[in-house]
Design a protein around this ligand. Structure first.
Ligand SMILES: *Cc1c(COP(=O)(O)O)cnc(C)c1O
Length: 434
């Protein structure tokens, strides 16, 4: 299987090149040259299989030999060391809880898979790869933990001095070993610029091998398909009709939507998708108007999807052959204000006794509004409610428990390098070999 560059479809990379580079040198994204369709018998038998078994079968099929199958099995078993339960919320709405991993967001799945795949490719050649990531939220913690103690992988997380909550920060500042947290005296934009300069520094790249851990890395995208298959398997077990399944997701960089559409192309019976935006409605505006117009982001309660320029948009376009009509036949959008998200959390708790974080509540509320009679809806619950405890407690007007695993991070020893913004100090640090 080869991966083409969305900017230049006649240019191809192997899986290893695509994963190690993150994105193409001209900024394009890698996409599989074709999407193989799974045999119907596999889909019919999924109800008998575990999450790991399903994921291994899907990965083996999708990757077509790019990773040795024994090794792939080990990577999958190790990545999916937690459950992804499908919880019924009412007659026709289900919540796929993607937040039972170590950093309690859906990003654990992609980040853990990427960490293991990077380690596999790096150690195969006796190399070390440095993962650079700038963060204000879930991705830093997920990537740091996903790569933690992986042989051949070093992680450098850059984050702005102000604006992170304690828990988000503790998830990557209390690790040690191969993870370094760098607190930058500047903004997220400054952190991103420092990383961009590192990627443009040919001289540096002669000394160390760098990769981007952004959501555009195909290694984070591929495993996001697994949980759609597992959701369908869980519905099969309950004897639900599978011909009218609708997926609803909180949409940020469109990674989950891309993976969902790819899962459907592999043969998973998904009827359609609902993309739910917060006030950052660049994608849902596109669905309404046909115009894709990135702009600056605004802060909302569903912080993880405060995105003004959804990065995977070129992948969505490619999956539908560039046709706006084709996209809108399968994807419907809705955008909600903070007060609508707040009310959604409150009503889910009041009427269904279901505790949802702002992102999950947004997706569930989108189903309530847009599901047609006879359809079954699955909403992606992408973060643990305790990760957004202020917004949740405010909506519920009561306190909620914080899981021990989360408190564990807060009790850890903080281990941070402070740095002025500007590329020179980052360069010095990267070359120091720490
Ligand atoms: C990253 C993230 C998302 C969505 O990202 P996509 O790129 O659109 O898939 C949604 N919710 C949470 C909590 C996240 O961390």
């Amino acid at each position: 299987m080869r991966y083409y560059n969305t900017n230049n479809p006649t240019q191809f990379a192997t899986l290893e090149q695509a994963v190690m580079q993150g994105r193409a040198s001209d900024g394009g994204l890698f996409m599989p040259e074709h999407i193989p369709q799974l045999p119907q018998a596999f889909i019919n038998n999924m109800s008998m299989m575990t999450l790991q078994e399903i994921s291994y079968a899907v990965a083996n099929f999708a990757l077509q030999g790019a990773v040795d199958s024994e090794k792939l099995k080990e990577i999958i078993d190790d990545t999916l060391s937690f459950d992804i339960p499908l919880v019924q919320v009412d007659d026709n709405r289900f919540s796929l809880e993607l937040y039972h991993g170590p950093t309690m967001s859906s990003k654990d799945v992609g980040a853990r898979f990427m960490g293991r795949l990077l380690s596999y490719f790096a150690t195969k050649h006796g190399q070390e790869v440095t993962v650079l990531v700038a963060t204000t939220g879930n991705s830093g913690g997920a990537v740091a933990n996903g790569c933690y103690n992986r042989p051949g992988v070093r992680v450098v997380v850059l984050y702005p001095q102000d604006g992170l909550d304690n828990l988000q920060e503790a998830q990557f500042t209390t690790l040690d070993g191969n993870v370094t947290a760098i607190e930058v005296n500047g903004s997220l934009e400054d952190c991103r610029n420092m990383i961009m300069e590192a990627f443009a520094d040919e001289d540096l790249k002669n000394s160390i091998s760098l990769t981007s851990a952004r959501s555009v890395n195909i290694a984070r995208l591929l495993p996001q398909m697994f949980y759609y298959f597992y959701a369908v398997a869980q519905l099969q077990r309950q004897g639900r009709e599978l011909d009218r399944l609708v997926i609803s997701l909180p949409c940020g960089n469109l990674g989950n939507l891309t993976a969902g559409v790819m899962a459907k192309r592999m043969g998973l019976p998904l009827k359609r998708f609902i993309a739910a935006d917060n006030a950052n409605d660049v994608f849902t505006r596109y669905l309404r108007t046909g115009k894709f117009e990135p702009r600056g982001m605004v802060q909302t309660l569903a912080k993880a999807i405060d995105v003004g320029n959804p990065r995977n948009f070129p992948r969505i376009l490619d999956l539908f052959g560039g046709s706006y009509e084709a996209i809108t036949r399968e994807v419907t959008g809705v955008s909600m204000s903070d007060s609508e998200i707040h009310d959604a959390m409150r009503l889910l708790w009041r009427d269904r006794r279901y505790l949802a974080d702002p992102h999950g509540a947004l997706a569930l509320e989108a189903l309530r509004r847009l599901l047609h009679p006879g359809e079954t809806g699955v909403a992606l619950a992408t973060a643990h409610p305790a990760k957004y405890i202020d917004a949740v407690e405010d909506a519920l007007e009561q306190s909620i428990p914080v899981p021990n695993a989360m408190l564990q991070y807060l009790r850890g020893t903080r281990n941070v390098v402070s740095m002025n913004s500007g590329y020179a100090s980052l360069r010095r640090f990267l070359l120091s070999g720490k």
